[in-house]
Design a protein around this ligand. Sequence first.
Ligand SMILES: *[C@@H]1O[C@H](CO)[C@@H](O)[C@H](O)[C@H]1NC(C)=O
Ligand SMILES: *[C@@H]1O[C@H](CO)[C@@H](O)[C@H](O)[C@H]1NC(C)=O
Ligand SMILES: *[C@@H]1O[C@H](CO)[C@@H](O)[C@H](O)[C@H]1NC(C)=O
Ligand SMILES: *[C@@H]1O[C@H](CO)[C@@H](O)[C@H](O)[C@H]1NC(C)=O
Length: 467
Amino acid sequence: MRIHTFVPLLCVGGAYALPALPWLAQLPVEGLVRCWGLFAPLSEDRTVYQVLKDDDKYSRLVKAIDLSDRVVDLLDDPAASITFFAVPNSGIPHRQPDDDDYLFSSASLAPKRGDERDIAHDLGHLVLQVEELDDMPDSRDKDHRKEALGRIIRGILAYHILPEKLDSAGLVQNSTYATNLTLKDGSMDYQPLRLTVQSTVVPPRLRINTVVDVITRDVEASNGVIHAINFPLLPPPSVFSEMFLIPEVFSYVTSAIQRVDLTGELDRWWTPGKNGGHGSFVGAQITTFFAPTSGAFQRLPNKLRLFLFSPFGAKALKKLLEYHIVPNFVLFTDYVHDATTDSDFVDDWKAGSHAGPPVELPGDAIYAYNLTVPTMLENHTLNVQVARYKSKIPLPGPPRYFTRFLVNGRDVGPYDIPARNGALQVITGLLNPRGHHKGDHKHHGHQSMDLDWEDWEEWLPQWAMQD
Ligand SMILES: *[C@@H]1O[C@H](CO)[C@@H](O)[C@H](O)[C@H]1NC(C)=O
Ligand SMILES: *[C@@H]1O[C@H](CO)[C@@H](O)[C@H](O)[C@H]1NC(C)=O
Ligand SMILES: *[C@@H]1O[C@H](CO)[C@@H](O)[C@H](O)[C@H]1NC(C)=O
Ligand SMILES: *[C@@H]1O[C@H](CO)[C@@H](O)[C@H](O)[C@H]1NC(C)=O
């Protein structure tokens, strides 16, 4: 059959497109077996560094890597076992004639020292700056600049490295992963910054931090695995800055936070020292925010919304927002760190110490736990329920996983957005400190209204005034 000759091509081009093809059923079984055989790891004796160095597609990235001995040492360490997200040349911008407004410089990783002031903090522009070194005559200045660039590159590339080897099948098992980047300023309570992985079947996609796509999976190396990505990863900014970057979704909540002076509980920023002294990072080191979208505010009864944003409602607004902040604590669905006791009770929950009495896993969950977490409001806790499932729908390729995540009975999503100083969990309704979620109902045929807040006048103004 002619189709036979197409099989290898399909495998290379899009293994996951296969099930969508109506004539799949006609494929001879041997064809498929041979096809999947292509994905079996070939033994590769070159390290991650050598594989990249030998591949012209990565020449621009390698030039940047070469500026940091520490990155080279790790990628070339035969004893390492790592995952590296590599940006090919096509994912790095080309120099524009007047391109010096560096996007996302607010996401800066480290305080910029004197010699780092004009250095970009995203990998694409860093590579451009490395390339510009070629046009500089040799000088002490050039050496200094090289060193400064190397320092920043080391930080950014550390965010592209996972300290364990995870092929694409391993990578979809959890929702978040620790990277090799730990910040010295205390962000994340000195725990590594994390990244998040989402996978979808249709379209077939493996996505990092919601915006970066894996374009080539599972390139084997002797000391790890390489996944090519279409754009560089950006070490995430603070919880507050992240929301501020997406006003379409978060303009209500960011303006509410600023209005009641809670910015310092969610943001983390660099302040220069006085009179040339040392500066430092200030603000929240580690926190989790259940962030209501602008839609959540719009579904409140009109009168309540007017009240909250009026001078009389400021106290209520502040207490409500405090009820959405879990301070000194990071909660991802698969990783929990309590900075007040310095414990990661990722494994404890299985032992049941935080999860209450051990219970039967619902259905076919791979793990499930319930957690009660404190908020900034004394005596007001949130109830979190998480269950992770493995999909039973038979599809070729690695198994699929999904998570059910509820806070006070409400669905959370998008969830597990990593930040420099914690986790951002998005909710489409405000959490009511008085009880569990009741649901939405359609109002006047168009806009749905949040039922939890119907009787707010009976308790909220009074509640706001207590203490
Ligand atoms: C980064 O990787 C190196 C080498 O494996 C290791 O020594 C170091 O502890 C790692 N750092 C983090 C934050 O994972
Ligand atoms: C996935 O998460 C579970 C629960 O936190 C953890 O035990 C496991 O080591 C994680 N797997 C990977 C590959 O990181
Ligand atoms: C979590 O709480 C819900 C509701 O009370 C319950 O149905 C479920 O079994 C609990 N799950 C675990 C893992 O404790
Ligand atoms: C919290 O609860 C404790 C014990 O019930 C009580 O003593 C304390 O006053 C409460 N705090 C507030 C702010 O309500």
